[in-house]
Design a protein around this ligand. Structure first.
Ligand SMILES: N[C@@H](CCC(=O)N[C@@H](CS)C(=O)NCC(=O)O)C(=O)O
Length: 233
């Protein structure tokens, strides 16, 4: 049975999973989950993922959520020798570190400042801005110390995808991060060197920019966590 990826068309964790599947040329079927229609909030969806989050991978009756677990599983099971997820313990540890850094700090701080206020009733605050600068500075430091063109090695790894799809959220709101020279060079290098893979993120940017220009009214979702903002038009 072919792998199935339940994905959100402009969700950074979903874009990361798609890029890994494409980069490894692992065949899969895409199942579009509509956030707008709350398709991920149903009891049926919760059977696949009790966290009610997108993405979810289905592999012949095995369901896995959390994008980091998904991309690690895809590499381990389908392309265990791929340099995208090195097997040497130190090389792998650096990839894992960057993935964890993204999951615990970089993505949440960028998400809170850039993306959530597009969809829900949140303000962009000075404290949120401080946090974004902090994680950008940290990522810049890691790139500087690593001294490589990619986030965790001198070649592409799965960590790049996760970090690219966080960084692209800055582009959605035209956030100028050019002062972070290493991050800027790394980001532009990814676009230049991997245009096919980048096009997956670029489509996510396009969709999010459309929402930013015309913020959606998601009050019908009665979201358990996020306060809804009524559309202004
Ligand atoms: N840590 C999870 C995060 C997944 C996540 O939060 N996805 C968002 C869409 S980008 C979602 O499904 N949110 C559900 C909601 O806010 O209702 C991962 O990396 O897969």
């Amino acid at each position: 049975m072919v792998l199935k990826l339940y994905y959100l068309e402009d969700g950074p964790p979903s874009l990361t999973c798609r890029q890994v599947l494409e980069a490894l040329q692992v065949p899969y079927e895409k199942v579009d989950v509509s956030f707008y229609h709350g398709e991920h909030m149903t009891d049926e969806y919760a059977k696949m993922n009790p966290q009610k989050e997108i993405p979810v991978l289905e592999d012949d009756g095995f369901f896995l959520s959390e994008s980091v677990a998904i991309i690690q599983y895809i590499c381990d099971k389908y392309k265990p020798d791929s340099p995208l997820y090195p097997t040497d313990p130190k090389a792998r540890a650096i990839v894992n570190h960057r993935l964890m850094f993204n999951l615990s700090s970089y993505y949440p701080d960028i998400l809170t400042y850039c993306i959530l206020p597009i969809y829900f009733n949140y303000e962009r605050t000075a404290e949120g801005l401080k946090r974004v600068h902090r994680v950008l500075d940290l990522f810049d430091t890691y790139l500087d110390r690593q001294g490589t063109a990619y986030a965790a090695a001198d070649h592409l790894t799965i960590a790049d995808f996760a970090l690219i799809n966080s960084t692209m959220a800055l582009e959605v709101i035209d956030f100028d991060f050019s002062q972070y020279k290493k991050v800027t060079t790394w980001y532009n290098n990814f676009k230049k060197m991997h245009p096919e893979l980048w096009s997956i993120s670029a489509e996510g940017i396009r969709l999010m920019k459309m929402c930013a220009a015309n913020p959606p009214d998601l009050s019908h979702l009665n979201h358990p966590l996020h306060p809804a903002r009524k559309a202004t038009q």
